[in-house]
Design a protein around this ligand. Structure first.
Ligand code: GLN
Length: 549
């Protein structure tokens, strides 16, 4: 199928979708994702329906097969897509509906086109990057934007990379297809401060824009990440060399709190400028909700330290959603949270109380493989025995079952099939649906599943609902053969799949807050709606701290 020019874009109708394309220049990790998400938040405060999409230039079909060391966290959508962590920013800042269609890679686009070619859809033709790959990219953009007033599309990678060229060519064509009044190019760049010269340097930005223009894209708006406030002179220089109005050069200084960004952008007039360019007429934004969040973050009544016992600690982005969800739990409880990453390989039964004694709550997050699991189990034992509020997520829940089986139920060789396939006591075993899986990509138990919450448990106190839905990403599960032994001694299944076969939440009775969940609650937490499990974990930590002080 060729991209139908203007098809899917309600041009000329009453209410066409407007497209904002966000690119990044000079260096990677410049914060395009956050900029795009903040912009989405800001446009929503004007009452607009926003969709958010990430296009990634790598060849992997999705990031599910990449290590967190390589790519940071994998974000999972309700419909089971394993996506880029920028979708996590979109989730936290906006109400956009995120699904498979909102994240795609070069690998996925080629996969679709090659499958079509094999089927014979292009018989007689030579299949080429232009138009076939670019048409497919444009079709994906239209599909991901359905129903939105404004569609924000972020292009992964940095201008100048070979890999992102087809995406840039596609968005260049897109503007021709939908018209200038329906599309906007935002380029996020760096304006570094050079200490020896004592000034901000605009040259890298000039070069990046030059590169963009050489492929036919003139940015309409620049968002400049700067170490220092930009003077009028600097703005004028950028405006002159990059060929855009001074009012279109925006500044993004480092912030101590990312949730300030929508307001900072608004104060500089970014939303007004965008609305003007795209001909969108809306009321002034209502920033009340964002102001409230900031006030709570800036005036905490409590301060807590939370230990996260993991292994992907060198890369902060590996636990991105988790760290944010903890902050949200703090917002709900007027607490500031100091998050301390602890290397599980450095923790043992012998040093647990020394290493973990100062924390108000302990978390063991998700993970794969057996490296560091003994350290994680020592941390879990410490939290269980000392009544420290604890949350075990996915692998964290599985390890809390192993720790309990070994140390309380005295099943000395209790293990997970993941670590020892020959174990005689597989307290955690491979799910039936996973037994014949041969292809590793996209084959875990992924996405949203319903869970029935048991009344009179801490889980029920948190959710106040009988049926909930949470997102999963795992292959192994609690082995129901052991369920009665666990429950008889006080480790309860407090949430289960609707057919009663899978343990989705497990908690210890007689402990103020010791919760394991097989799903990833951090993926659904928002500053505006802190996730119940994080809210209650932090609430338990606040109570404990007050008693101790
Ligand atoms: N490795 C475990 C499994 O596959 C846990 C996965 C996770 O923590 N996301 O079941």
């Amino acid at each position: 199928m060729q991209f139908q020019q203007k098809a899917g874009v309600r041009r000329g109708g009453q209410h066409p979708t407007k497209y904002i394309f966000v690119t990044g220049g000079v260096v990677s990790s410049i914060g395009k994702g956050l900029a795009a998400a903040s912009l989405g938040a800001l446009l929503e405060t004007r009452g607009l329906r926003v969709s958010m999409t990430k296009m990634d230039p790598y060849i992997n079909v999705d990031p599910g097969t990449m290590s967190p060391f390589q790519h940071g966290e994998v974000f999972v959508t309700d419909d089971g897509a394993e996506t880029d962590l920028d979708l996590g920013h979109y989730q936290r800042f906006t109400r956009a509906n995120l699904a498979k269609r909102n994240s795609f890679t070069t690998g996925q686009v080629y996969d679709t086109v090659i499958n079509r070619e094999r089927r014979g859809d292009y018989l007689g033709g030579t299949v080429q990057v232009i138009p076939h790959i670019t048409d497919q990219i444009k079709a994906n953009i239209v599909h991901s934007s359905e129903g939105a007033d404004v569609s924000i599309v972020e292009v992964g990678g940095t201008i100048g990379d070979i890999e992102s060229l087809p995406f840039l060519e596609a968005i260049r064509q897109f503007r021709n297809d939908v018209g200038k009044e329906n599309s906007l190019f935002i380029h996020v760049t760096l304006v570094p401060y050079i200490r020896a010269a004592g000034e901000l340097k605009t040259k890298p930005t000039q070069h990046s824009v030059k590169e963009l223009r050489s492929i036919g894209i003139q940015p309409d708006i620049l968002i400049c990440r700067a170490d220092q406030p930009m003077s009028q002179d600097v703005r004028e220089k950028i405006s002159l060399f990059c060929n855009l109005d001074r009012e279109c050069v925006f500044e993004a200084l480092d912030v101590d709190n990312i949730y300030k960004m929508p307001i900072i952008y608004h104060e500089q007039g970014l939303d007004a400028r965008i609305a003007e360019h795209l001909g969108i007429w809306t009321a002034q934004p209502n920033l009340e909700e964002w102001n409230r969040i900031i006030e709570r973050l800036e005036k905490p009544r409590h301060s807590l330290r939370v230990g996260v016992v993991g292994k992907y600690l060198g890369v902060r982005d590996s636990y991105k959603s988790l760290y944010e969800a903890l902050t949200h739990g703090g917002i709900a409880n007027e607490a500031s949270i100091e998050i301390v990453g602890l290397d599980s390989e450095q923790i043992s039964a012998a040093n647990a109380s020394e290493t973990l004694g100062d924390f108000d709550a302990i978390i063991v997050p998700g993970g794969f493989g057996d490296r560091g699991v003994l350290g994680k189990m020592s941390a879990i034992q410490f939290a269980r025995e000392n009544k420290v509020p604890f949350l075990g997520i996915c692998l964290g829940m599985q390890l809390s079952c192993l720790e309990y089986a070994r140390n309380v139920l005295k099943i000395a060789d209790a293990n997970s099939e993941e670590f020892d396939p020959q174990s005689r006591n597989k307290v955690i075993h491979l799910m039936e649906s996973q037994q014949n899986v041969e292809r590793k990509g996209g084959s875990m138990r992924l996405g949203a599943y319903d869970c029935i919450v048991r009344r009179t448990t801490n889980a029920y106190t948190a959710y106040a609902a009988d049926r909930i839905s949470e997102r999963h990403r795992h292959r192994y599960e609690f082995n129901p053969e052991f369920r009665s032994r666990f429950e008889d001694s006080g480790f309860l299944v407090s949430g289960e799949s609707p057919d009663g076969t899978l343990a989705e939440m497990m908690e210890l009775s007689g402990h103020p807050w010791f919760m394991g969940c097989q799903f990833h609650p951090e993926l659904k937490s928002r500053p505006t709606q802190p996730h119940p499990l994080f809210r209650e974990l932090i609430s338990a930590a606040v109570k404990r701290k007050q008693l101790r002080d």
